[in-house]
Design a protein around this ligand. Structure first.
Ligand code: MG
Length: 393
């Protein structure tokens, strides 16, 4: 029987982070160790929320760890659940908490120690749940496997149908909850797929991903640091804005007060050039536009200096460990002349964005007296921002 996995399925993620494991060579549990600028747990949270289908995240923690976990997560939201002595007990506690908090159609049960989760793995798991109650990511075993007899090699093992199992493991929520409730408490289980199978259901294997490997040893963390440091994505965003020229207004343009007989009217100080740059940066971040962050209807932005908006956009980039590589701005107007103010604008924009001057380009053009800009009714600005962001898998 096929059931459609419609987009309105409620998908909840359960991150298991209750372990005290410190084989990674540090005193703190590995889910709280940092890779790059943030904790392993925060990376796992980001990877799950980056997949648009996940609507809520529950995290199973060791007793009394809520404060530490929240400080590692910053403003990310999650429901915290206190774990148990065993992994199985911790997952059970998490599933019961999800049931109490509105339930779910699908649950993704994930180890915090696998912080780099490609969205494509989640897509494969969800697709597989159209045909089964459970699905898990797995990779074939490439190395030759042997048994050992003390220090001696013993018989080889046929690896043809052996796989390395990863997480997240995906399940129909009600089914895995029932399977956990029905599990013989005197036995332990290494994972949830095993519990589902014991309950009489098939589990589909989907292709896992090398980047999902579990962080266990110190060298795993070193490798993750290197990957994070080198895996950067270039993002380009564009912004466009227009404001009307009106009498009795100051002309703020590119963060500089320009002497002119009229000024720009509209949202805040109506600095059309800075607004275009803000939108270019937000575009590169795929994070809405200036109006969604600073609604024109909100009286607190009336007359506000636009450098605040640009500083805000800069901080959004920094929060994501990003870097502003370049901004190219074109101001479109008949008057005033931009040339005499170009260097001041470049310097002011570079100062607000906290980047070197050679990353900021300011250009200007007229429209040969055509259109609203040509008739001196308003000024338009276009900007392109190039950002470098850490690659999210
Ligand atoms: Mg504007």
């Amino acid at each position: 029987m096929r059931r459609s996995m419609t987009s309105n399925s409620r998908i909840v993620a359960l991150i298991v982070a209750a372990g005290q494991g410190s084989r990674a060579g540090d005193d703190i549990p590995k889910q709280y160790r940092r890779i790059g600028s943030q904790a392993v747990l925060a990376h796992a949270h980001d990877a799950l929320t980056a997949h648009g289908g996940v609507s809520a995240i529950h995290i199973v923690l060791g007793e009394g760890e809520e404060g530490r976990a929240q400080s590692m997560l910053g403003d990310r939201t999650a429901h915290f659940v206190t774990g148990a002595d065993s992994r199985r007990g911790s997952v059970r506690a998490g599933l019961e908490a999800i049931a109490t908090n509105g339930g779910a159609d699908i649950v993704l049960i994930h180890d915090a120690a696998r912080p780099f989760l490609p969205a494509s793995v989640i897509d494969r798991l969800l697709a597989a749940l159209e045909d089964a109650e459970g699905a898990i990511p797995a990779l074939p075993v490439a190395d030759t496997l042997v048994r050992s007899d003390g220090a001696l090699m013993s018989d080889g093992v046929d690896r043809a149908d052996l796989h390395r199992v990863q997480t997240p493991q995906a399940f129909r929520f009600e089914t895995i909850l029932a399977a956990h409730r029905g599990w013989d408490e005197t036995r332990e289980a290494t994972d949830d797929a095993q519990i589902l199978r014991a309950w009489g259901h098939d589990v589909i294997l989907v292709q896992g991903d090398e980047r999902l490997e579990k962080l266990t040893y110190p060298q795993d963390f070193a490798r993750a640091e290197a990957r994070l440091g080198s895996a950067r994505t270039t993002r380009v965003g564009m912004g466009y804005d227009v404001h009307r020229l009106a009498p009795n207004e100051e002309l703020w343009l590119g963060g500089v007060l320009v002497p002119h007989d009229r000024g720009l009217a509209g949202h805040s100080d109506a600095d059309v050039a800075l607004h275009a740059i803000v939108d270019a940066i937000l575009g590169a971040l795929a994070d809405g536009d200036i109006g969604s962050h600073f609604p024109p209807s909100d009286p607190q932005w009336r007359g506000a200096s636009s450098d605040r908006f640009l500083a805000y956009a800069r901080d959004l980039v920094l929060k994501r460990d990003g870097r502003i590589d370049h901004v190219d701005l074109t101001i479109i107007c008949e008057a005033p002349k931009i040339g005499p103010h170009r260097d001041a604008m470049r310097a002011r924009i570079a100062e607000i964005l906290d980047v070197s001057l050679d990353r900021i380009s300011v250009k200007a053009t007229t429209t040969e007296r055509l259109g609203f800009a040509g008739r001196r009714e308003g000024i338009a600005a276009q900007a392109v921002a190039t950002l470098s962001l850490p690659t999210l898998f």
